[in-house]
Design a protein around this ligand. Structure first.
Ligand code: JCF
Length: 324
């Protein structure tokens, strides 16, 4: 084997070792500057000897589809999709279905109402209070392991703020990109002649599916929790609203617009109030989410195939296309 081939093989082996240390173990042994120096040494050798370039060389990573590099994770509890309502009539029908099954008038029921964030649904697992894993929703059954990227989202605590954390706590919520951060990101991309994102949701999804957490780390992402998945050793309150309050008390961010509503008319009032606020929220939403607040009633209502009977998304009419 030629000396050049030996040098190239040794550099590839060293770079793969350091990539593993940085991207998988999150434990770099060398500064980025040293990694870059080795990388560019290999790049130069391959440019002098293009016949020696192999598709699996570390220099060829840039072309890889980002998601190809993520392990698959199976959700212990499926991540549900929500049934949709597009009119008050469909909300009344939702309430009637609940009344028929619970034999109790909806106007005596409490609902937890929130804006429906237009981002990417993620699942974050804490064990003994420490963030150990994060995954995208994916198809609801399996998602991509984005643990390293989620760790870079500034408002997600790496440790729960409690002295007696549950053995296991899965927090589910939405990662989104606020409008101001999105506008700045696209301005910078334009200035650099790079591709811009069509909308904040695509920007959030693209940022979370970066193989390089350093890039994700530079993106203005925000997380808001909206439910609890699996738990072990957690003593949780009996209503959804109180559970969100508990999450907030242990350092998990929850949307500030979430409200308790009594009966159908207050639910519709909330929908209109959020619709009026929508232009000034500073982040994209595509409706509101209405949930029966009492967990015991949620359990009695159960799910229709994939969507829960106890929740519905009341969507806003599609916004007229932006004329650019
Ligand atoms: C159960 C469920 C499923 C998807 C959700 C999605 C959102 C959302 N996109 O804001 C909020 C929720 O409370 C959700 N709740």
């Amino acid at each position: 084997m030629t000396d050049i081939q030996n040098q190239i093989n040794q550099l590839r082996k060293t770079l793969r070792h350091h990539e593993y240390q940085y991207h998988v173990l999150d434990n770099p042994e060398i500064p980025d500057s040293e990694y870059d120096r080795l990388f560019h040494q290999l790049k130069a050798l391959e440019q002098q000897h293009p016949e020696l370039i192999t598709v699996d060389s570390p220099t060829q990573r840039v072309g890889a589809k980002p998601s190809a590099g993520f392990a698959q994770i199976t959700h212990e509890l499926p991540m549900l999709s929500l049934d949709n309502a597009f009119s008050d009539e469909e909300i009344y029908a939702f309430m009637k279905r609940i009344q028929d099954r619970l034999m109790s008038l909806p106007d005596n029921l409490e609902f937890c109402c929130e804006p429906k964030l237009d981002g990417l649904a993620v699942s974050i697992l804490y064990e003994n209070g420490v963030l150990v894993q994060a995954a995208t929703r994916g198809d609801g059954m399996t998602g991509e392991d984005i643990t390293l990227n989620i760790r870079t989202v500034r408002n997600i605590p790496l440790q729960l703020l409690t002295d007696n954390p549950p053995a296991r706590l899965e927090v589910r919520g939405e990662v989104f990109m606020p409008q101001a951060g999105f506008d700045k990101l696209n301005e910078e991309a334009l200035a650099k002649g790079e591709k811009t994102f069509a909308n904040p949701r695509n920007a959030a999804a693209g940022s979370l599916r970066q193989l390089d957490p350093k890039i994700t780390s530079q993106r203005p992402l925000v997380f808001n929790a909206y439910s609890i998945g699996i738990t072990q050793g957690a003593d949780l309150p009996p209503t959804h609203y109180e559970r969100l309050q508990w999450l907030e008390s242990v350092g998990i961010p929850v949307n500030s617009e979430i409200r308790l509503c009594n009966g159908t008319e207050e639910v519709l009032k909330f929908y209109r109030a959020i619709q009026a606020k929508r232009p000034n929220l500073g982040y994209d939403i595509d409706g509101t989410v209405v949930k029966v607040n009492a967990i015991s009633l949620q359990e009695r209502l159960g799910f229709i195939s994939k969507a829960p009977r106890w929740a519905i998304a009341y969507k806003f009419p599609a916004q007229e296309e932006m004329t650019v």
